[in-house]
Design a protein around this ligand. Structure first.
Ligand code: PGA
Length: 253
């Protein structure tokens, strides 16, 4: 069986100016320098990217953006392209976060273009998927995940699928303190892996699938020990270098 290196990614959302980001990274680097066999990423606002890439260079911390446009360039006021990010040595991009889907009208159709554009620029996409509370309560979780995975990854060739990181984030667990139970997380993530397997067994064995939604230092060990959970996408608890590094430590086997 393929071994998958766990990935702990902190999603800062719209937090931290450049000077706050600098202070953070100086505190984070020594706290994660001894963790082995775990990849560490911070997903930061565009204005923090250059400073974070410079400060993290040579360390184990990878720097990700939180959105990208699907076209390499063009008349798209206010947008940022994948080649712009890769020239900055950014490692990857979070795509399809539920806040972007719900608050900014991001569609599966747009994501179907963004994921391949990200891969072609040599960036790693972290594609977020997940159901609302109403969808879960009405037994619609699998349908939702099947649709999102099917549509968002439709433009990715089977050979490229293993390079996509998927984050399963039940929307009812994001920023609510209401974490999914280990059974719910394992079941949904195993279902997502089976969807990938139907396209490519090899990709399913190699692709990393993360859990996200109210991950904290105290619940991380249990979630990260689940057989199909290959890491975490961490929002609130990633804003403090101490709590984030404790989650990183929980992933190091
Ligand atoms: P949370 O956010 O950890 O604060 O719930 C997770 C996310 O939005 O990725």
């Amino acid at each position: 069986m393929a071994t998958r290196t766990p990935l702990i990614a902190g999603n800062w959302k719209m937090y931290k100016t450049e000077s706050e980001a600098e202070q953070y990274i100086q505190a984070l680097l020594p706290r994660v320098s001894t963790a082995t066999d775990v990849d560490v990423a911070i997903c930061v606002p565009f204005t923090d990217l250059r400073a974070m890439v410079d400060s993290a260079r040579g360390s184990r911390v990878e720097v990700y953006a939180q959105n990208v446009h699907s076209e390499p360039q063009g008349a798209y006021t206010g947008e940022i392209s994948a080649p712009m990010l890769s020239e900055l040595d950014v490692h990857g991009v979070v795509l399809g976060h539920s806040e972007r889907r719900e608050l900014f009208g991001e569609t599966d159709k747009a994501l179907a273009l963004k994921v391949p554009a990200t891969l072609s620029a040599g960036l790693v996409p972290i594609l977020c998927v997940g159901e609302t509370e109403v969808e879960r309560d009405s037994g619609d979780t699998e349908r939702k995940l099947r649709n999102q995975i099917g549509e968002d990854l439709a433009g990715v060739a089977d050979e490229q699928l293993a390079h996509v990181v998927i984050a399963y984030e039940p929307i009812w667990a994001i920023g609510t303190g209401r974490v999914a139970s280990p059974e719910q997380a394992q079941e949904a993530i195993a279902f997502i892996r089976a969807l990938i397997e139907a396209r490519s067994p090899e990709a399913a064995a190699r692709a990393r699938i993360l859990y996200g939604g109210s991950v904290k230092p105290d619940n991380a060990p249990e979630l990260l020990a689940l057989p199909d959970v290959d890491g975490a996408l961490v929002g609130g608890a990633s804003l403090d270098p101490d709590s984030f590094s404790r989650i990183v430590a929980a992933a190091a086997p």
